[in-house]
Ligand binder design. Structure first.
Ligand code: AMP
Ligand code: MG
Length: 475
């Protein structure tokens, strides 16, 4: 049935087999009453050779989970623990998802080993008292978050497929009953900090060594070095500090930065109660249940650093504690450097030296913090040079303006027609709701599709962040 597969591009691999004995359990997908294809990400599918599937084949694989040729024969639910809002929970694991298949992306997309994983695919040994399902609205929200983040330069999992599954779900945070869906995402790895925490909790020292080896070899493409645990922690520190910086420059609040939601590759994933903060409001929180603001906008770097410290803690049987702490200490400086680089990237600027860049970014953040200006509007205006005193009055903006004068525009920074539009593309909560409403009311998906198109155009206007693998953007 898969004659349509581009076998020259589709390269399944089964790396997970080498650690499945201690990290995964075979599970079955739920048999859904319906499978209605709602979203297929052909741009992402092209990078792994799956775009040539017709819709019926797509549904057979990503709604009913018939194995892909030469990929793993059965879904695997992964085991993990984690700190949720700083409280340790040994009862986590893939409760409504599984790893469906692993495959190599094309060389031009980066050549990484990628995972197709699910959300809402049914019960697993880790479902606890929950239903193993995903709401359709949750799926739509995940499309919007991932598309927007990708276009704003964040390294993120991509929403690969959404299939409506015809069940009625009851949820506290949505009008219920509400519609159900199964989602497939394309991720750079499924191993998270909580995967290591679980092994440490059970004193599985040898398995920790095997998992370190798996991550270095298959996910990070790094030589193990003298102390593999330190090589791993170094990479995680670098990638997660960049992740935190990327959230700030995107104006994004993930909402649930628990250690089970932080991937070893530093790729952003698992979008629940996320929001984009309209203004640079440090205390802006996304999750209604985050009453102390632990994961507020400006606390995200600190929150992720804390999670990475839990990884370090899980590695103490494989490296000297002092050496692990040394590596952890690198995080704040990397975060700051990446924040500055990404801030200038979003503005299409280059700086003659690091101090000039830093002076500007500090002044701009200072001005944004006390102002009513929308984050997206700031980046849009300043990139276009629309930053005169009438629009941006007062001493703090004047300081930012004068620091801005020492920077130069990147060649081609304004080439894309996006920069001639009136309004920057945004994804504030009112817009999310406005896209969902016609779907809920009359199955009208047009607003979603046109928004995805607009977001992708914005992504092309920005180009890619130097040094980031940008799988599906090169077109
Ligand atoms: P999350 O907040 O999405 O990272 O999920 C935390 C934990 O709860 C993970 O172990 C999930 O698999 C599990 N979980 C979340 N929602 C459900 C659900 N509807 N059914 C089963 N498990 C769930
Ligand atoms: Mg999670």
């Amino acid at each position: 049935m898969d004659e349509a597969l581009k076998t020259d591009i589709f390269h399944p691999e089964r790396a997970i087999d080498s650690i499945a004995d201690f990290i995964a359990d075979p599970v079955q997908a739920a048999a859904f009453p319906q499978t209605i294809l709602r979203f297929r990400n052909d741009r992402a599918a092209r990078t792994v050779g799956l775009d040539s599937l017709d819709d019926a084949q797509w549904i057979a694989h990503f709604g009913r989970f018939n194995p892909l040729p030469d990929a793993q024969p059965a879904p695997l639910a992964l085991r993990y623990h984690g700190h949720q809002f700083r409280a340790y929970n040994p009862d986590l694991g893939d409760g409504r998802g599984f790893l469906f298949a692993q495959m190599r992306e094309t060389e031009s997309a980066g050549g990484r080993l990628l995972d197709l994983g699910t959300k809402g695919s049914g019960l697993t040994p880790w479902s606890r008292t929950a239903d193993g399902r995903l709401t359709l609205k949750g799926g739509v929200r995940e499309i919007l978050a991932t598309e927007m983040l990708e276009s704003l330069g964040v390294t993120t999992s991509r929403t690969f497929s959404i299939i409506e599954t015809g069940e009625d779900l009851v949820r506290g945070d949505e009008p219920s009953p509400t519609r159900s869906a199964v989602m497939v995402r394309l991720s750079h790895g499924h191993i998270r900090i909580g995967s290591f925490q679980r092994l440490a909790y059970h004193d599985q020292t040898e398995e920790i060594a095997r998992l370190i080896d798996y991550c270095l070899r298959h996910l990070l493409a790094l030589e193990p070095g003298e102390v593999p645990a330190l090589t791993l922690l170094n990479a995680v520190v670098e990638r997660t500090a960049d992740l935190a910086a990327s959230y700030m420059v995107a104006g994004f609040v993930h909402g649930v930065l628990n250690s089970d939601n932080i991937a070893i590759t530093g790729e952003s994933f698992d979008y629940g109660p996320w929001r984009f903060t309209p203004r640079w409001e440090p205390g802006f929180t996304a999750a209604y249940f985050d009453q102390t603001g632990l994961y507020a906008f400006a606390r995200q770097a600190e929150a992720i650093h804390w999670d990475v410290a839990q990884l370090a803690q899980s590695l103490v049987s494989h490296a000297e504690a002092d050496a692990l702490v040394e590596v952890l200490r690198r995080y704040p400086a990397i975060y700051e450097a990446r924040l500055i680089e990404r801030f200038l990237w979003r503005l299409g600027l280059t700086a003659p030296d690091g101090d000039t860049a830093r002076t500007f970014v500090i002044a701009a953040v200072e001005a944004l913090r006390g102002s009513d200006v929308l984050i997206d509007r700031f980046f849009f205006d300043w990139r276009r040079g629309d930053h005169d005193e009438a629009r941006y009055p007062g001493a703090v903006w004047e300081k930012a303006r004068s620091a801005f004068g020492a920077l130069s525009q990147r060649p081609g920074a304004l080439d894309h027609p996006y920069w001639q539009s009136d309004t920057p593309c945004s994804m504030h909560i009112d817009e999310v709701e406005a896209i969902w409403a016609p779907i809920a009311e009359r199955d009208d998906w047009s607003a979603l599709h046109s928004k995805v198109e607009a977001i992708r155009a914005m992504g092309q206007a920005h180009g890619s962040v130097p040094g980031q693998p940008r799988a599906s953007r090169g077109e």
